[in-house]
Design a protein around this ligand. Structure first.
Ligand code: DAH
Length: 349
């Protein structure tokens, strides 16, 4: 015969112990452990229940009631412990926010290498007396080609294949249409530079479909290639250092006569064609690097804008900015300019 008092004592002490254990529990695992120990199928309450049938029938109802009370209390304690842990968890999650902490400073931006070189070119040429002009990037075929002595079907157009908006409107392939626009806008003397975006149907290691040029134009009554050489010499020395040498090579452009291509002594190997024993890859061992096209304005171009070719002479040049920046900073791949990689762009701050 089971002892009713012993069962009552056990019910009382398991309730006290369960309260203590659950109020100290610091994790869901500990709560679950307590549930198994006190309320589980083989837990302490279950053992009390199992002893019930051995009780005297007169004692059974009262002990049974005590056991049911203990069970209800254990369930309440379990719920409370679970809720307390949930509250503590939520509080810990929000504890990381400290409204008195200083904010994160935004990283300072920097100018794009193309912008840096463009601004440097403009500032040197402005000091020499040139005005900065700009024009539309969507240009008429007439300004971009025809007035520059490239009539329809002229083979020179093939070298500047472009994107046509309509039959007679193109994305400009060079900044040279600014020669035409500037001359149409004023009478000589003219001394302008025109930096800006240009577009061609090219895409490879050294060509992107969009790139930048700067155009220069000077028209007066007695301008000559000697003036051009003087201007370009000081420009290149400013950009690449005082020892930079210039070389003019005969060339052809439809809008200049004579035309030249201008090389500078290689800024990487100093014009020696190699660095120590190593051949210079930048200038392909020649010691020279082509940087721009230029020439005396063709009389035919003057006729298109209504200038008298007997009275005026002029010269013009056009230079690729990405190319100059590549040489100046030793950049190997033109596509890096437009990939927006901060590891690259941040080096020019
Ligand atoms: N527009 C030419 C090009 O994009 C470059 C050029 C050559 C410009 C000779 C000039 C010039 O002003 O005189 O290839």
């Amino acid at each position: 015969m089971a002892d009713a008092q012993a069962i009552r004592d056990e019910l009382a002490s398991l309730a006290i112990e369960a309260r203590d254990a659950l109020s100290k529990a610091t994790s869901e695992d500990e709560v679950e452990e307590a549930r198994v120990r006190y309320l589980g199928r083989k837990g302490r309450l279950a053992q009390c229940m199992a002893a019930m049938p051995g009780l005297d029938a007169s004692e059974r109802p009262a002990v049974g009631q005590a056991a049911n009370q203990a069970k209800a209390e254990l369930n309440t304690l379990l719920d409370e412990a679970k809720q307390r842990l949930a509250r503590e968890k939520a509080k810990a999650a929000s504890a990381g926010f400290d409204p008195t902490m200083p904010g994160r400073a935004p990283a300072p931006g920097s100018l794009h290498p193309v912008t840096l070189v463009m601004e440097e070119l403009c500032s040197v040429l402005q000091r020499l007396g040139f005005d900065v002009v700009s024009g539309p990037e969507i240009e008429t075929d007439w300004h971009n080609f025809e007035a520059l002595n490239m009539p329809p079907d002229h083979p020179a157009r093939d070298m500047q294949d472009t994107l046509y908006v309509t039959d007679s409107v193109v994305l400009r392939t060079h900044t040279s249409p600014l020669q035409i626009r500037s001359m149409l806008a004023t009478e000589p003397p003219v001394a302008v530079i025109a930096p800006g975006r240009v577009f061609r149907r090219d895409s490879d290691l050294t060509h992107t479909p969009m790139f930048h040029q700067i155009e220069g134009l000077l028209v007066d009554t007695a301008s000559s290639l000697a003036d051009l050489r003087g201007v370009l010499s000081s420009l290149c020395r400013q950009l690449f250092g005082p020892d930079t040498k210039l070389r003019f090579r005969p060339s052809f452009f439809p809008f200049t006569e004579p035309s030249v291509e201008v090389d500078i002594s290689c800024s990487i190997c100093g014009g020696h064609g190699g660095v120590g024993q190593d051949p210079c890859r930048t200038c392909k061992e020649s010691g020279w690097i082509e940087i721009l096209g230029a020439g005396m304005v063709d009389p035919e171009v003057f006729r298109h804008v209504g200038y008298d070719p007997e009275r005026y002479t002029g010269w013009a040049f056009g230079l690729g900015i990405e190319r100059v920046a590549m040489l100046k900073y030793g950049i190997g791949d033109i596509r890096m300019y437009f990939e927006n990689d901060l590891r690259f762009l941040g080096q020019f701050a």
